[in-house]
Design a protein around this ligand. Structure first.
Ligand SMILES: *Cc1c(COP(=O)(O)O)cnc(C)c1O
Length: 388
């Protein structure tokens, strides 16, 4: 399209922001600038690009589009979600600084914090905000509060505005991992958060063909510091990955609507199922965080966790018995995935701690894809029957 995208709706921004027709040929898709360095007219005079670790046109287009979708002034892309997390934490938490982190975060985030930073001198409190209110967990001296909501895999919902108020009262910043909800359903910056992080590997790209991450933020000083570290550390995505993610973004809201519709139908069915002990879906009034979820989210997407009756052995057999649901880690793609957190995504958490935070041995996590929902339901029923 021509001209500015200011004031346009989400679906339009997703397709056009940062992506004017290419000026030389008129190509409507931003090209893959597969290049490392750029000709300079004279020493010190260039056209905005010098070296692709610092800036690359395909990455610039992606960053502009991502920022617009999250309602941020700026976005910086990284080679993975964890690279985004690593660069963010190292930029804003000085050595030895205190971080408060939700106790039910992505396993790789927990591993980075507990097994990499903690031994190097940073201090962490992993907190269940249901039992320890943010006003108590966050203390003077806390530099950063890291939350993921809805959490993975239990889909607990944390009150973002309340955490922000408690953090800002002591001068701490708040980062929200918005990977599960996506900006289609939740806008942490509008609730006062300082930084939003995504694994773009998941819903934002949505086609299970790229690993990537992003940090979105609006404060100019913080942006300058983070951009300096993005270049200085260098964990940037390649242009092909940026192109694919840009392409994925164009269908984000259409995909999320369908993930959600099918997810809702499967939740209703699983709630009635005799082989299911519990279903965790913030969508449902039976979920303990249903009220907060309704207040701060406009939808819930296609992630479902349920506890299968029969424990670890049946869970292991169940996830191998589905035909359409693929047994795999990750989530958010067009294809449905199934996994058992205790043996897979959350296996790096010690068994005792895992059970203490509520990840039962029989827990099954579904990422509901875009296949026909009747086929998905029949596939799960087949697995129930085969493992009975
Ligand atoms: C996958 C994931 C990450 C890590 O992202 P990578 O792209 O795999 O590095 C972080 N947070 C959440 C919620 C995730 O699902």
């Amino acid at each position: 399209m021509k001209g500015s995208t200011d004031g346009l709706h989400f679906d339009t921004l997703a397709i056009h922001t940062g992506q004017p027709a290419e000026p030389v040929t008129g190509a409507v898709m931003t090209p893959i600038f597969q290049v490392s360095t750029y000709a300079q007219d004279q020493v010190g005079s260039h056209r905005g690009y010098e070296y692709s670790r610092t800036d690359n046109p395909t990455r610039s287009a992606l960053q502009a589009c991502l920022a617009a979708l999250e309602g941020a002034k700026h976005a910086l892309s990284f080679a993975s979600g964890l690279a985004a997390t690593d660069t963010l934490v190292r930029t804003f938490v000085p050595h030895g600084g205190h971080v408060v982190c939700g106790d039910d975060v992505y396993g790789g985030t927990y591993r980075l914090f507990d097994k990499v930073y903690r031994p190097q001198g940073w201090s962490f409190d992993f907190v269940d905000f249901r039992s320890t209110p943010p006003e108590i967990a966050i203390r003077p001296g806390t530099r950063l509060v890291w939350i993921e909501t809805p959490t993975n895999p239990l889909l607990k919902v944390i009150d973002i505005a309340r955490v922000v108020a408690a953090a800002h009262a002591v001068g701490a910043k708040v980062a929200v991992d918005n990977t599960f909800a996506t900006p289609v359903f939740q806008r942490p910056l509008a609730l006062g958060a300082d930084y939003v992080v995504h694994s773009t590997t998941k819903y934002l790209n949505g086609h299970s063909d790229v690993v990537g991450g992003v940090v979105m933020l609006s404060d100019e000083d913080d942006y300058a510091r983070l951009k300096f570290h993005q270049n200085a550390i260098g964990a940037v995505p390649g242009p092909m990955d940026c192109f694919l993610t840009l392409r994925g973004l164009k269908t984000l809201s259409v995909r999320m609507a369908r993930h959600q519709e099918s997810g809702n139908r499967l939740v209703e069915w699983l709630l009635q199922h005799p082989d299911v002990a519990t279903v965790a879906s913030p969508l449902h009034p039976s979920h303990p965080d249903h009220e907060i979820a309704r207040r701060q989210m406009s939808g819930f997407g296609g992630m479902i966790s349920f506890e299968l009756r029969g424990g670890l052995d049946r869970a292991r057999a169940f996830v191998a018995a589905t035909r359409i649901f693929t047994l795999a880690e990750s989530l958010g793609g067009v294809e449905s995935l199934i996994e058992t957190p205790a043996l897979m995504t959350h296996a790096s958490i010690e068994p005792e701690k895992r059970r203490a935070i509520g990840i039962a041995d029989g827990l099954i996590r579904l990422s509901v894809g875009l296949e026909h929902v009747d086929d998905l339901r029949a596939d799960l029923q087949r697995a129930f029957d085969l493992t009975r």
